[in-house]
Design a protein around this ligand. Structure first.
Ligand code: SF4
Ligand code: SF4
Length: 182
């Protein structure tokens, strides 16, 4: 509760969040159930369920919640807690994407597509390598190469690296969140 900044005790299980969650059907866990797991102290289930990894942070649940509980902040916190406890991510690709995205933004204050794709591919390959899945690595590289080419054609891939003006402030925020264990 402290780390996510959400008052889970305010949840009275009305399930308005569940009705609007776009990934609820495929995760088998909806925001209301995740909150209940946390409140009941079911640590393993709370850290190891698909909603934590497949939440797309659309904020639909929080908008619908009469108590303004933002489940995306809870899933984000649980992702970090799972990482700290060395719990294997249920969807390693999402974990690699997440790591690469935050690292790139911490360097430049905004996403560098080029750096992000390089970091993501390295992290993803390392994770597949652990399981000896060579074919998956090759398939992923081919898919990403196709995606990269199509982005270049549509001028959506930027090769120059742009830093934002307030980069030192962004770096400061990252440092502060690390110091606070966030
Ligand atoms: S909408 Fe809010 S109060 Fe209702 S179940 Fe979901 S989180 Fe709990
Ligand atoms: S923010 Fe996450 S949990 Fe909430 S509705 Fe969107 S996908 Fe579901």
């Amino acid at each position: 509760m402290e780390r996510s900044g959400q008052n889970l005790l305010a949840c009275y299980q009305c399930r308005r969040c569940a009705a609007g969650c776009p990934v609820g059907d495929m995760t088998a866990v909806t925001p209301d159930r995740l909150i209940r797991m946390v409140l009941l102290g079911e640590k393993d289930d709370a850290l190891g369920n698909l909603l934590v990894w497949k939440c797309v942070a659309c904020y639909t649940c929080g908008t619908r919640c009469p108590n303004s509980i933002q489940t995306s902040r809870i899933t984000e916190t649980l992702k970090q807690m799972a990482k700290e406890r060395l719990v294997e991510p249920m969807t390693p690709k999402v974990a690699s994407f997440h790591d690469a995205f935050t690292k790139s933004v911490s360097h430049f204050g905004r996403l560098s597509e080029l750096e992000f794709m390089g970091l993501y591919e390295m992290k993803n390959a390392a994770s597949e390598l652990k399981q000896g899945r060579w074919k998956a690595i090759l398939d992923e590289i081919m898919d990403q190469a196709k995606l990269g080419l199509s982005m270049i054609k549509k001028r959506r891939m930027h090769f120059s690296i742009e830093k934002i003006k307030g980069l030192s402030e962004v770096k400061g925020l990252y440092r502060k969140s690390k110091d606070q264990g966030l």
